[in-house]
Design a binder for this molecule. Structure first.
Ligand code: TYM
Length: 335
């Protein structure tokens, strides 16, 4: 049976990369999937401490709540989508431990995300959490026997590892026990790049906030970030990913935001100046974000209502998780 599952880090507000790479495809799934297909969306607060305890507890709590509010404001319906806090389902952590016995250290150390992020630490101080981050991600999916995982392009390596793990578990304990999870990545907008450095993806870990637009940015901030976005020295507007990555990225974001095709957007913008491109981008983004900001505002004033939604959804998620964990423990001999 089909089970759709994904996760997002509690970074507070999602940015446009999260929106186009993940949230919008999720909204399509929510609309189009048959009503008996379970949809689980985890706000992965345990992943958020994988770089060490660098976020104060109260801030992490707030960020988790704000991410929940933002997702709902973007259109995720907590009656249809089981939107839950990862740490509310301790079964995931137990699954994580079981998977650890099938995972080699070498494979984890080879992952590009680990290599990249571990350079931020001195040699002796890399937290284990960073290393086993992808293991917990696999546990997120396996605890619900997830079959389909909608993610942006940057998650491909994690998906690969997950598939290897499912295969390893099944070969050891029971053939076809865990479905091999399918990565669902929409072709268009699978990788939105930074407005300040188009070689990088748009990311929350970018130290410059000007590289990304968050869904809760005010109209003025959106305008400011678009105006200051990197461009190049050619005065016209044209699409050329290798020679004009910054302009091309803006054209792509404009296409995504207006829901026009890339081709249409390229021809539309071909007579524009850089300023006109940036102005059009500003208008389009503000039109998209306007209603989202309003709904976000509604929930920010009602933290109690949000907590109730998360608690209820957490119970729903946990019921499903308990069942799979029990079967898994039996196979391994843990009960
Ligand atoms: P996270 O929180 O970094 O991002 C959430 C989702 O947004 C996508 N995304 C992007 N898509 C296009 N362009 C970008 N610039 C961009 N930046 C982010 C991500 O691909 C992701 O789909 N490890 C995951 C969270 C996770 C998870 C899971 C995902 C934990 N457990 C289980 C799926 C299944 C992460 O850090 O996503």
């Amino acid at each position: 049976p089909k089970v759709v599952l994904a996760g997002i880090q509690p970074t507070g507000s999602p940015h446009l990369g999260n929106y186009f790479g993940f949230i919008e495809p999720w909204l399509d799934i929510q609309k189009n999937e048959a009503s008996d297909v379970p949809l689980y969306l985890s706000i992965v607060d345990q992943h958020a401490i994988s770089m060490g305890p660098i976020i104060p507890a109260e801030k992490l709590r707030l960020n988790t709540r704000k991410m929940a509010a933002s997702l709902i404001a973007c259109g995720i319906d907590p009656k249809r989508t089981t939107l839950f806090r990862q740490s509310d389902v301790p079964e995931i952590s137990q699954m994580n431990w079981i998977l650890g016995s099938l995972q080699t250290l070498a494979q984890l150390q080879r992952l590009p995300q680990f290599k990249d992020k571990s350079t931020k630490f001195s040699r002796g101080s890399i937290p284990i959490g960073l290393l086993i981050y992808p293991l917990l991600q696999a546990a997120d999916v396996f605890t619900f026997k997830g079959t389909h995982v909608p993610v942006g392009e940057d998650q491909s390596q994690h998906m690969n590892l997950m598939n290897n793990l499912a295969f390893a578990f099944n070969s050891t304990y029971k053939l076809e026990f865990f479905p091999l999870p399918k990565q669902i990545t929409r072709q268009a907008h699978a990788r939105i790049r930074s407005l300040r450095d188009p070689r990088q993806k748009m990311s929350k870990s970018d130290p410059s906030v000007r590289g990304r637009i968050d869904v809760d940015d005010s109209e003025a901030v959106v305008m400011e970030k678009c105006r200051k976005a990197m461009s190049d020295t050619i005065t016209t507007v044209s699409y050329d990913k290798s020679n004009r990555p910054a302009i091309s990225n803006m054209i792509e974001i404009l296409a995504a935001t207006t829901r026009r095709s890339l081709d249409e957007t390229i021809s539309l913008s071909s007579t524009w100046t850089h300023t006109e491109l940036k102005d059009n981008l500003t208008t389009a983004i503000n039109r998209l974000l306007g209603p989202i900001r309003e709904r976000l505002n509604y929930y920010e004033q009602r933290p109690q209502e949000l907590e109730e939604i998360l608690a209820e959804n957490g119970v729903r998620a946990r019921m499903a998780a308990k069942k799979v964990l029990l079967e898994t423990r039996e196979l391994v001999g843990l009960c």
